[in-house]
Ligand binder design. Sequence first.
Ligand SMILES: Nc1ncnc2c1ncn2[C@@H]1O[C@H](COP(=O)(O)OP(=O)(O)OP(=O)(O)O)[C@@H](O)[C@H]1O
Ligand SMILES: [Mg+2]
Length: 308
Amino acid sequence: MHTILKVSNLSKTYASGFEALKSVHLDIRRGEIFALLGANGAGKTTLISIVCGIVKASAGSVLVDGHDIARDYRAARSLIGLVPQELTTDAFESVWATVSFSRGLFGKPANPAHIEKVLQDLSLWDKRNNKIMTLSGGMKRRVLIAKALAHEPQILFLDEPTAGVDVELRRDMWQLVRELRASGVTVILTTHYIDEAEEMADRIGVMRKGELILVKDKAELMHELGTKQLWLQLQQPLRQLPAELAGYALELSSDGSELTYTYDAQDARVSIVDVLKHLGDAGIRFKDLRTTQSSLEDIFVNLVREQA
Ligand SMILES: Nc1ncnc2c1ncn2[C@@H]1O[C@H](COP(=O)(O)OP(=O)(O)OP(=O)(O)O)[C@@H](O)[C@H]1O
Ligand SMILES: [Mg+2]
């Protein structure tokens, strides 16, 4: 495993005295999609801003492919593309000029073929001569992504890339991120849409009040912390659960017509076959059943609640 970004002991106290980051450690692997989750104010943008050289750390270090962002800023920064959370674009420039100019900022020689590819990939080619102020909000966001990709970065930061975009653009964005990864780009994104992290990420990091409280493979996280539910629709409503079933985490709906059993899918002692048999023995018959697995959203909400 190759570490492309190494964040060590990173802290930030703003001039106001507010501690926005508290000794954060994070290693990002080359070629992964990493989703950073956390409530408003958790410190996600602060972390990204330090890595991108916009905010100065109070303590700690950041290495981008071995380059220290403090001592070797230009080399480190040229490996990074940033799509900021706040939309900022030069309203009077054309799409083409803005995106080409961005490449120049990093001292890279002009490469019209690359700029064309980026604009094509983002469905902005037809708009290349438009002034940015004539574009819709979603297109402006694509321009920001094009700008971030103009200098062929190895790491792309997307700070809430899909806030306020429509469903179609969201899908496009996901597709684009997957293509970027396939081309070897490492992607770090923040999002408040947990289904987005569930859909996209290889690994998930959760921030809370300036601390990185968890970093895990998504699959592992969902496997370990996920619970399952068995839902049963009963033939006859029950007034209450029979006493012999008290040992099971069964919940009866208020009208008595549905039963829900929540269980840990990882626990070998739990068998839904046993539960169904016990229900049958107790004379409970059902018309329909289904099982569901908790989503990353459920896991996330529980995590943040537990640590509160
Ligand atoms: N320039 C600043 N001066 C003082 N405090 C700041 C400054 N910038 C951010 N903060 C504070 O630091 C904390 C972390 O902010 P940050 O923008 O990193 O959060 P975030 O996780 O990106 O939140 P969101 O999900 O809302 O984008 C917040 O409490 C914020 O008010
Ligand atoms: Mg933010």
